[in-house]
Design a protein around this ligand. Structure first.
Ligand code: BGC
Length: 871
């Protein structure tokens, strides 16, 4: 029996670290909350009597479900936060009645779960369809003049949201209740405890005095809401998604997930026109546009200097708090409208953003934004290159996608090619995409005059640097040191290379490095990892001989997903305590002759969900969370965090949108990069960006094929990943379950080797998503079994061929298949060696070696496409 030394604490008390991190996220959560409406109701003058209603009042959702869930010691509900802040909640009776309804629903769900066939989402979400009626007695209770209704929605891994009532749309009873409260109370505040858009039409007409989207704010939700309501903190978040009037306004409404009508294939016919790129280019008015957000004060923006050449476009923006009473923070958003040429172009694309510090009334801050001009390029499939087409580029500055002014005009003479690639994503079954060439796009009022008056900069295409990509093939690693056993220590000291070590390994050994230590699906849950609750671990097959140790990976995006409490018996076996909330609640069936020796505690912070954090528009918020997360990894002994998740919010119904940042790839890429850099500053730990790539839906996720044009893949779905890889070099990348243009991403050499390693210079280790090669794992995937799936599962040996270094959590079947493929000449030794080398190189950098250093000591990163900061 393997025995680890568990590094987590044996002290049951709430630790100082827990308290410190809780206080820090409470401080930053208001920066992520978006004030959608306010007629002056907020902030409230003082905590008073409150009539509190709505499913989220006492059952505030802290984050979504599945592997991205969290296990904090406690998460504050809105009710608790208000009471703690000194409010008197006068509707306890209504809240108790709702509790009864809720408890019944949970019981029903538990029964369904036992009966099987239920998606992960449902394990943590409860339908809001039932609700307790609001009676005349409730309305009269406590003679409150202020009411709050907390609307909540949840989603999770394994299932998408639906475009029906009780999810995207409000139910009839929710609408009735909200309208009644808006009419009855002089002050009525609607709080949205959601992580993705809900029906804008109702929000616009419901009569609420204020609407606050609190997002999903982890452990601090209720407390941070109370801080915002009382004006102790200002909500300074802005939307990172477009909130439409109705679901059918989205470009993907007919082709998303289940709605596409086909279970096997999804055609991304909207091409580039996702989110605001669609709403603006086709002039569809959103309820709340991308980038929108109010605050308690007002701001004025003025561009005080601007310059542009072929290398850089730079602006200084002076932001002044023009209000008289409240301080606050403002975002500065820069958009570029590129000229249409042989390529169709969206009306505008976000090019840079920044957030001010806290500005008191009358106070100003100058923000300097410097963008690489080549970043304004588009991808031309015809040229197989990123290029800027000739014409006028308008640089727009503002505080949302629809509140901007033209600050500069760049005029380019002829086409400038900036990066030459190979086209890699041909789709034999591709369909035409929509185009906005004939469409009348949105135009900001006064835009023509502003463009005519804006400073003009002439650019010369010949002066742009051209970058040409190389795509080398792997070569066999030869053993030049036979007779000498190369050890981890020799490689770590620089005496030998990883390649030299790998050259000494047999195929049987190599294949162990290329798979996690899992045995088979049936026994996965019984594997014991170095950290109880971890999701997988690398092999220790060469521990005795070469001292290559095993590294542990753990979810998840909003907090470490390790078992919060477990006991260790004298014989070295452990038991995870079911009552401590471990997601998979594994119980190790060892004989219990022995006594309990230690009781361990691994309570980690529940951070706000990624989509909520992104609404801060502040990379410093992401860095702060990454820094805390890194500290917790060190504390519990995790080497590789399976986060951040960073897929594009292609559609508001994506079941895992809460884990992802935005509909916009720049926001996704910058936020992820800040998070990764903060984690990887610590010695020997790293991040994993996932799910690579084009994983925009949960429906049928193991078997569904996304059909997307090369241009949309590169400009929308890969762009964020590219930013994260180039500027933050995450230690790991996790592939997705889906297929892309007919090939499983986990088996795609084009994606993993040619794009990721050759074009972007990726240095770390690529892993599969869990069980991607195994069948019979429908617990993870709601899918339609009425007919056989058109697309099968990922093939193990093709992972290695593609450059997917390690199959997680790994199984004996995976290892046998890979070895058989090698024997049959379907997989080369060079491919397997290259994968094993990537795994070993990464593992040798982790802190299972005492003297490890930050990943950044040996892995170089590039500068970001833009820089922003106080002048
Ligand atoms: C999820 C991943 C997660 C993995 C390990 C999969 O089901 O898609 O995001 O990291 O499980 O828990």
């Amino acid at each position: 029996m393997k025995k680890y030394t568990y590094v987590s604490t044996t002290d049951p008390a709430v630790s100082e670290r827990e308290k410190r991190h809780h206080a820090r996220i409470r401080g930053l959560a208001p920066d992520c909350m978006v004030l959608l409406e306010n007629n002056g109701v907020l902030p409230l003058s003082a905590p008073g009597r409150i009539a509190l209603f709505g499913a989220g009042a006492r059952h505030t959702v802290r984050g979504g479900g599945g592997s991205g869930t969290t296990f904090p010691r406690h998460a504050y509900t809105v009710e608790e936060g208000l009471r703690e802040a000194g409010f008197t909640v006068v509707t306890t009776d209504w809240l108790d009645r709702y509790d009864n309804i809720m408890n019944d629903a949970v019981e029903r769900l538990e029964q369904q779960k036992d009966a099987g066939g239920i998606g992960m989402a449902l394990m943590t979400s409860v339908s809001t369809l039932d609700t307790a009626e609001i009676t005349a007695e409730d309305l009269a209770a406590g003679e409150a003049d202020t009411a709050i209704y907390v609307l909540t929605r949840n989603s999770g891994e394994g299932a998408d949201r639906t475009p029906g009532e009780g999810d995207y749309y409000f139910t009839g009873s929710e609408k009735k209740q909200i309208r009644t409260l808006a009419e009855h109370y002089p002050k009525f505040i609607l709080i949205l405890n959601v992580c993705a858009p809900v029906e804008g039409e109702f929000l616009k007409s419901c009569g609420a005095g204020a609407i606050l989207s609190m997002g999903m704010t982890g452990a601090v939700g209720g407390q941070a809401v109370a801080d915002v309501l009382c004006g102790k903190a200002e909500p300074s978040g802005h939307l990172t998604d477009t909130w439409a009037y109705r679901y059918t306004d989205y470009s993907t409404a007919n082709s998303f997930g289940l709605l596409s009508g086909t279970k096997d294939d999804v055609w991304y016919e909207e091409g580039l026109f996702v989110g605001y790129r669609y709403f603006d280019s086709f002039d569809i008015t959103p309820a709340y546009e991308f980038g929108y957000g109010l605050g308690y004060t007002s701001f004025a923006l003025a561009v005080t200097s601007v310059s542009a050449d072929e290398e850089k476009t730079e602006l200084t923006v002076k932001v002044t708090n023009t209000g008289a009473q409240y301080s606050g923070k403002e975002t500065v958003q820069v958009y570029v409208s590129a000229p249409k040429g042989s390529l169709d172009k969206p009306f505008q694309v976000l090019a840079a953003f920044a957030k001010t510090k806290h500005l008191a009334p009358g106070e100003s801050e100058r923000i300097r934004i410097s963008m690489r001009t080549e970043e304004f390029a588009s991808y031309s499939e015809e040229l197989a290159a990123w290029c800027l087409e000739p014409g006028d580029y308008l640089i727009r500055v503002g505080t949302s996608s629809r509140r901007t002014f033209v600050a500069a005009k760049l005029c380019l003479d002829v086409v400038a090619v900036v990066k030459k690639h190979r086209n890699l994503f041909a789709d034999p079954e591709g369909r035409p995409e929509i185009t906005c060439r004939q469409a009348v796009s949105y135009h900001a009022p006064g835009e023509k005059e502003e463009a005519a008056a804006a400073p003009v900069f002439r650019l010369n295409a010949a002066k742009f640097a051209v970058n040409e990509m190389n795509y080398p093939e792997p070569e066999i690693m030869e053993d030049h040191h036979s007779g000498e056993l190369i050890t981890a220590e020799m490689v770590r000291k620089g005496q030998r290379t990883v390649e030299e070590l790998v050259a000494q390994l047999t195929p049987e050994e190599l294949v162990k490095f290329c798979t996690g230590i899992g045995k088979s699906l049936d026994t996965f849950w019984m594997d014991e990892y170095r950290v109880p609750g971890a999701a997988a671990q690398t092999t220790d097959c060469a521990l005795e001989t070469r001292d290559i140790r095993d590294a542990a990976c753990s979810d998840g995006p909003a907090g470490l997903h390790v078992t919060p409490e477990f006991v260790v018996y004298n014989d070295g076996t452990i038991q995870e305590l079911p009552e401590s909330g471990g997601f998979f609640r594994r119980e190790f069936n060892h004989s219990r002759d022995s006594e309990i020796a230690e009781h361990h505690y691994q309570y980690c912070t529940a951070f706000p969900a990624a989509s909520t954090l992104a609404q801060s528009w502040d990379t410093a918020v992401l860095s702060a969370c990454g820094e805390m997360y890194g500290q917790e990894m060190k504390e519990v002994g995790i080497q590789i965090a399976l986060k951040p998740s960073m897929n594009i919010h292609r559609d508001p119904l994506g079941g895992r949108n809460f884990e992802y940042y935005s509909e916009d790839p720049l926001v996704a890429g910058m936020m992820a990069a800040a998070d990764i850099r903060a984690i990887q500053q610590y010695p020997g730990i790293g991040s994993t960006i996932k799910h690579f790539a084009v994983n925009s839906q949960e429906w049928n996720r193991f078997h569904s094929c996304a059909h997307v044009s090369e241009r949309a893949i590169r400009e929308i779905y890969l762009k964020g990943f590219e930013i994260a890889v180039r500027t933050a070099q995450p230690m790991c990348i996790m592939t997705s379950y889906n297929l892309l243009n007919g090939v499983h991403t986990a088996n795609s050499k084009d994606l993993l080797t040619y794009v990721c390693r050759d074009e972007w210079g990726y240095q770390g280790m690529i892993m599969t998503d869990w069980f991607t090669t195994l069948s019979g794992v429908d617990v993870f995937a709601v899918s339609d079994k009425s007919s056989p799936a058109r697309h099968g599962l990922t093939v193990p040996h093709l992972c290695m061929y593609a450059g997917n270094d390690i199959i997680m959590p790994g199984s004996d079947e995976d290892r046998s298949e890979i070895l058989a493929a090698m024997k049959d000449g379907m997989l080369s030794l060079a491919d397997l060696q290259r994968c094993a080398a990537n795994v070993i190189r990464t593992v040798l950098h982790t802190d299972i070696y005492e003297d490890s250093e930050s990943w950044y000591r040996c892995v170089p990163v590039e500068e970001s496409g833009f820089e922003a900061g106080e002048e």
